[in-house]
Design a protein around this ligand. Structure first.
Ligand SMILES: Cc1cc2nc3c(=O)[nH]c(=O)nc-3n(C[C@H](O)[C@H](O)[C@H](O)COP(=O)(O)OP(=O)(O)OC[C@H]3O[C@@H](n4cnc5c(N)ncnc54)[C@H](O)[C@@H]3O)c2cc1C
Length: 467
């Protein structure tokens, strides 16, 4: 549909969290704003094929696993498996709710949403091509590129083959395979491997690194490997690289460089991502892209063209919806006011929705040792907490790293049910100015009992008593 107005103060390309953060902040600052989105609905990859559908799927899988484990399961006539159709229905419902929310934000803030693919013609004009091929030109004095990223696809693998999927296409699977090989053990690979195993599918996970998610604290990464291998029954191959992939009607054969061969019904490729920068006409405005398709920006999210900003996955690390939204807001503020003093928080939390969940913030034991910072560690094991026992969520722990002399919190690492939520309690304290950012808060505070939050008091006391 053609926009009635063809000139705006700012045009945002992409309606994911990065684009939305920018558009809404600009509209609130009184700017006329259009968002161009090539997908039929707003929300970005985050809503349609990334964060939201994967988390909705993981939730259903966990809910089913909990039901099956429940003491009432024997009388509940539960099906043996969830079907792909049931999973899709839940995901579709959640995505629809999210789209409705986001459409409401744009409507309430008088942001024009234009459907089509945007390409720069020159530094002030975009050409928008609609799905029916019709074109229109829109002009603005500033732009925000928030076009996101997509899975990297090596050219020697046929991604049109029905037995090969990546994180963008996995949700279109009509039925669940008997066996799945996940190639790539980053966050997306680990999350899908864990969830799909819990659906009753045999899973092989091939990691190109030596450890799973090696940037995590070693103890947490080891706990994840143990759970995936011993508790879930996932076959993990570490430090392996593929040589070739053999595809046939019968299945997939993954040949590894070490000579190992892994056979399965399907392959989920989860190794690397590329910025969505092709076709944007960046060469016409003199903006360079790197080998990953990403754009370089300064602290204010300006590209080499100061009136063209870029936020979210298209600028690379940290590739998180949470950060993309904030970057969008910061870019919007800079466009509207000429300055923005806000920055992404120093420690960006990681939420990894494996079974059990992982969440982390700040330094690990390894990074503290490298920096020769004197630290102590405090643990709380979920199996010892009253709430963990009542809810039968006994697998997991909270680990606090703190400075031996000042007691300042240096790192928080959580592994277990609801870790991504539990982490934020510690984050709030860690972000306080000194001397309020120490484990003393947890020692001196009265917690609700029984709660999982109590893990902070237990871990703080555990560490404090070692000093
Ligand atoms: C499987 C998976 C799970 C994830 N889980 C999490 C998680 O749990 N937590 C978390 O924080 N992050 C998660 N992420 C990452 C998160 O989804 C991304 O970091 C986030 O979506 C990036 O936001 P964005 O605004 O940069 O881009 P996107 O959300 O990808 O949106 C970009 C939009 O731009 C549009 N577009 C692209 N090119 C054009 C063009 N030329 N013209 C018009 N429109 C265009 C696209 O259609 C898309 O809608 C996950 C990602 C994946 C793939």
């Amino acid at each position: 549909m053609h926009a009635l107005n063809t000139n705006y103060d700012v045009i945002v390309i992409g309606s994911g969290p990065g684009g939305e953060g920018a558009a809404i902040s600009l509209a609130k600052a009184g700017k006329t704003v259009a968002v161009v989105e090539r997908h039929a609905f707003v929300g970005g990859g985050c809503t349609h094929w990334g964060t939201i559908p994967s988390k909705a799927l993981i939730h259903v899988v966990r809910e089913f696993a909990t039901l099956k484990k429940s003491r009432f399961a024997a009388n509940a006539h539960l099906p043996t498996r969830i079907t792909a159709a049931e999973l899709m229905q839940t995901i579709t419902d959640v995505v629809a709710l999210q789209v409705r929310e986001r459409e409401g934000f744009y409507a309430r803030n008088a942001v024009t949403v234009v459907e089509g693919t945007a390409c720069f013609l020159n530094s002030t004009t975009l050409e928008i091509t609609d799905s029916d091929g019709s074109r229109q030109q829109l002009t603005a004095s500033a732009f925000v590129i928030a076009t996101g990223s997509r899975p990297y696809r090596p050219t020697d693998i046929d991604f049109t083959h029905p037995r090969v999927v990546d994180s963008d296409t996995i949700l279109a699977m009509r039925e669940l395979p008997g066996t799945l090989t996940v190639y790539g053990a980053g966050v997306i690979g680990c999350e899908y491997a864990s969830a799909i195993k819990d659906l009753g599918v045999k899973v092989n996970l091939v990691n190109t690194r030596e450890r799973l998610l090696e940037y995590l604290d070693d103890e947490i990464s080891t706990a994840l490997s143990y759970h995936m291998r011993d508790e879930q029954g996932i076959l993990i191959r570490q430090n392996e690289e593929y040589e070739r992939v053999e595809l046939s009607d019968k299945g997939v054969v993954l040949h590894l460089k070490t000579g190992k061969v892994i056979k399965s019904d399907m392959l989920l490729w989860a190794n690397g991502r590329t910025g969505n920068s092709e076709g944007l006409g960046l060469e016409k405005v003199g903006i360079a892209i790197d080998h990953r398709g990403n754009l370089a920006v300064n602290d204010a999210y300006q590209t080499s063209q100061p009136h063209i900003y870029a936020v979210g996955d298209i600028i690379g690390f940290p590739n998180l919806a949470s950060a993309a939204y904030d970057q969008g807001r910061f870019a919007g503020t800079h466009i509207a006011t000429g300055r923005c003093d806000e920055r992404l928080v120093k420690h960006i939390p990681t939420g990894i929705y494996t079974t059990p969940e992982i969440s982390a913030l700040g330094d690990t034991e390894r990074t503290l040792t490298e920096q020769r910072i004197p630290y102590e560690v405090g643990h709380a094991f979920f199996r010892n907490l009253a709430r963990g026992q009542i809810t039968d969520r006994r697998a997991g722990m909270l680990k606090l790293l703190f400075h031996r002399e000042t007691l300042e919190i240096l790192g928080i690492h959580c592994f277990g049910h609801n870790a991504a939520e539990i982490l934020h309690i510690g984050q709030a304290i860690m972000a306080q100015p000194a001397p309020h950012n120490t484990i003393r808060y947890f020692i001196d505070t009265t917690f609700n009992y029984p709660t999982m939050a109590e893990a902070y008091r237990v871990a703080a006391l555990n560490g404090y008593n070692r000093l």
